[in-house]
Design a binder for this molecule. Sequence first.
Ligand code: NDP
Length: 244
Amino acid sequence: MGEFERKKAVVTGATRGIGRAICNALLADGCRVIGLYRGNHEAAEAFQAHWGDAQLTLLCCDVADHDQVRRSFAEIEARFDTLDILINNAGIRKDAIIALMSSEQWQTVLDVNLTGTFNTTKFAVPLMMKQKYGRIVTITSPSSHMGIQGQANYAASKAGQIGLTITLAKEVARKKITANCVSPGFITTDLIDDLSDDQRSAYKKLVPMRRFGSVDEVVAAVLFLASEKASYITGATLEVTGGL
Ligand code: NDP
C-alpha cells in the first residue's frame, strides 16, 4: 500500500491498453478505482474478476453521451461522495485524409475524445471542489501538433483536450485542483494494432529512441501528475514520446 491508499479515482477507458495499466498501478497501490468502459464486456469481466469488487467498480458508460456520464457520476457521488483523481484516458481513432473523411468519422472522434473529456470533467470537478482537492490528468497525443496525415479528427480532438486543460487549470486552481495532460508517443496497445509493418517502421524512424513505448512508461508519468507530490504543477503537458 502506498500514496494512493484511501484515494478515489475515476479512470475512463479503464479495461484495455493504457487505461487498464493505469488502473492496475492505482489498485496495486491501494486506490479505490471506478473504471468506465464503452462496450467490451468481455475485457471488463476479465478485469473485474482479477481485482474483485472491494477495490474496483466498473461502469459501462459511453463518455461521449452526456446523459450516461451524468448518471454514472450521480452513482459515483451516491456511493463515494467525493473524488480525488480523474484520468481522462478513453480515446479512439478513425483515420482518413480530410478529402475522404466522412462527417461520421470526424464527429465520432471529436465526440469521444474531446466532448467525452468535457463530460467527465464537468461532473468530476464538483466532487473534487467539495473537498478542495483534486488531480485531473488527460491523455492527449503529439498528433495534436505534429500534423500526422489522416489524423485531422484525432489531432483536433487532442489539441482541444490541451486547450480545455489549460483553461480548466486556471478555473480550479484556487480549489487545490490541478489539471494536466500526458502526451504519449507511439505506445503498443490495441489502438495502433491496425498499423501496417511499413507504417510501424516509418513511425519508429521518427522516434529518436527508435522504438515504441510501453504502457508502463506512460503510467509512471500519469501517476506522478495524479499524486500529491505534483501539487505545484498545473496546466502542463508532459510528453512521454521517446523524444518525438
Ligand atoms: P485502446 O484502444 O487500447 O483502449 C481504449 C479504451 O477506451 C478501451 O477501454 C475502450 O473501452 C475505451 N473507450 C473507447 N471509446 C469509449 C467511449 N466512448 N466511452 C468510454 N470508453 C471508451 O487505447 P489506448 O490505451 O492505446 O489509448 C488510451 C488513450 O491514450 C487514448 O486517449 C489515446 O488517444 C491515447 N494515446 C494512445 C497512444 C498509443 O499509441 N496507443 C498514443 C497517444 C495517445 P472498450 O474496451 O469498452 O471499447
